[in-house]
Ligand binder design. Sequence first.
Ligand SMILES: NC(=O)c1ccc[n+]([C@@H]2O[C@H](COP(=O)([O-])OP(=O)(O)OC[C@H]3O[C@@H](n4cnc5c(N)ncnc54)[C@H](OP(=O)(O)O)[C@@H]3O)[C@@H](O)[C@H]2O)c1
Length: 257
Amino acid sequence: MRDGMGRIQHVLLIGGTSDIGRAIVASLRPSEGTVLAGRDPDALRTAASGLASAGLPNVTTCPFVAGDGRANEESLTQALQGRDVDVVIVAVGELGDQRLIEAEPSEGSRLATSTYVGGLEGSLIGSRLLASQGHGTLVVLSSVAALRPRRSNFVYGSAKAGLDFLARGLRDALRGTGVDVVLVRPGFVHSRMTEGLPAAPLAITPSAVGAQVARILARRAGGRRAAGSVVYAPPALRYVMAVLRALPGPVFRRLPL
Ligand SMILES: NC(=O)c1ccc[n+]([C@@H]2O[C@H](COP(=O)([O-])OP(=O)(O)OC[C@H]3O[C@@H](n4cnc5c(N)ncnc54)[C@H](OP(=O)(O)O)[C@@H]3O)[C@@H](O)[C@H]2O)c1
């Protein structure tokens, strides 16, 4: 529950080592505690000590492996120990290698499991936890890749499109429960996921995404619910994507995307 000043007290980050997810947590600055959920205990410990060194109190970790369904639900429920959580961030996923997936379809199943199934489990479990307490915000990291298939990453885009669709459905399903859903569609973010790739136009840092999401959540908590239920990061991408989505196929296919 937010404190009397409206400050966020507890945050759960699913995809606990995610660069973008941790930057959002750092910007939200929860005053009581943070749970990082993920699949690699050593990497989670490193992520937790990084946030603790930045001044965040009570950073703990718990297991979350995409595809583990019920085990994930038990793990997250247990990690919260009956405490309310103000914000659940779903930041699970991998970009994958489009050409490799086309050569080896099993790689596509792996990507779909991490990026779609992991996102679905995080969103459904997170929204259930929030709905049971009757308040809170679910932040789901989708992508502009979800909006139109691109030659270079359409398998990843298809997983993100599924997650984007799910988050929009959840927003409607959760009306009247006190739970808010914020769907974030970043473009190219300089993170571990994009390391070594040439930056796309309008590329931004995880910290910039974190600051933008924190601003939106503060506005929505202040009663401006219309502010950013779908967030483009950076904001200019909203207009760029509107144009790109409207382009005829033969023109779109000639773009180096
Ligand atoms: N970077 C971008 O340009 C960009 C753009 C748009 C959207 N996004 C989305 O933003 C989110 C965060 O990405 P990021 O840039 O912060 O990348 P990141 O640092 O690589 O974070 C990805 C997270 O997903 C976790 N993960 C991957 N596969 C998993 C699995 N099978 N089970 C459990 N956890 C798994 C990773 O855990 P491990 O540490 O164990 O690998 C990590 O915590 C993702 O959903 C991504 O699709 C990123």
